[in-house]
Design a protein around this ligand. Structure first.
Ligand code: ATR
Length: 265
């Protein structure tokens, strides 16, 4: 039986095992998908398990999407362009790092018929998933991206990679069409992002990368200010679908049942 794993810290919130194991069963694949909370010093050993075929594939979540890179043999173009890996596999004896967050975010916007072309985006956060969001938005024709992060150096670091990024201080707001929470604020119940919602206006799209809980304070408050809201559930399902395809060469279905599986339990 093949083994798959998602690594991160914290990892309790991850619904990847639930989703992948559902698809594994649906497609009659002899495999199991588990989750493991790790420390940075454990990365080497986990990757060596992939080299030795003890594990067949790994998903990577916060805070290791960049930290796994030195342990891999090759990166796909998407992983290279974003310095971010969320899916690892072995091909021709090489350990490859790929990025399916980009495709996941793109598909999620398409799913809600949101046309990015010519619009302005405001991204909160400069952690592991931020470069994937930036890359996807640029690819599908965003006109301007403003980004703010508590630790400004990390935002400036991203600006080195994407020079047309407009970096503002944490706590400031930007006049934008789509506001994206790419921080981990919201994973815990009392987490709140300081944001002047009244300055942002209404009828905007507030997108939270977080999918569990399904309604963060960021989304609840945005809704109160008459904005459209969307959590990261569909993006999550799409990035998982792309990873599943890479590993098993089968495109699993995303339907109502699958999305129900990802409801907060
Ligand atoms: P990493 O920063 O190691 O890549 P991550 O989980 O991918 O980890 O990113 C977490 C993101 O949430 C970062 O943008 C982080 O801001 P910092 O770069 O300043 O750490 C943001 N974040 C986490 N906790 C936060 C908090 N209490 N207030 C503001 N931003 C926070």
């Amino acid at each position: 039986m093949k083994k798959y794993l998602v690594i991160g810290n914290p990892i309790e919130h991850s619904l990847s095992p639930k989703l992948h194991n559902y698809w594994i069963k649906e497609n009659n694949i002899d495999a199991i998908y588990d989750k493991k909370s790790i420390k940075e010093e454990d990365i080497k050993e986990i990757i060596s398990k992939l080299k030795n075929d003890n594990i067949s594939g790994i998903n990577v979540t916060v805070p290791f999407k960049k930290k796994v890179i030195p342990f891999l043999n090759e990166l796909t173009t998407l992983a290279q362009e974003t310095d971010s890996v969320n899916t690892i596999y072995k091909k021709e004896n090489k350990i490859i790092g790929d990025n399916t967050d980009i495709g996941g975010f793109e598909h999620a916007l398409k799913h809600i018929n949101y046309n990015v072309r010519g619009k302005k985006a405001f991204i909160l956060g400069a952690g592991g998933v931020a470069p994937s969001i930036i890359y996807a938005l640029k690819k599908i024709g965003i006109s301007k991206i403003t980004l703010s992060n508590r630790t400004k150096e990390k935002a400036e670091f991203l600006k080195n990679k994407y020079p047309d990024l407009n970096v503002i201080n944490w706590g400031e707001t930007s006049n934008s069409d789509i506001i994206i929470n790419a921080t981990s604020l919201g994973l815990k119940e009392n987490d709140e992002i300081k944001l002047d919602y009244s300055k942002i206006g209404k009828n905007k799209l507030f997108y939270d990368i977080i999918y569990n809980p399904g309604k963060t304070k960021f989304l609840i408050k945005a809704k109160k200010f008459n904005n459209k809201i969307e959590n990261g559930k569909y993006m999550f399902a799409c990035q998982a679908q792309l990873a599943f395809q890479i590993w098993h060469n089968v495109k699993p279905i995303i339907n109502e049942k699958v999305l129900e599986l990802l409801e907060n339990d």
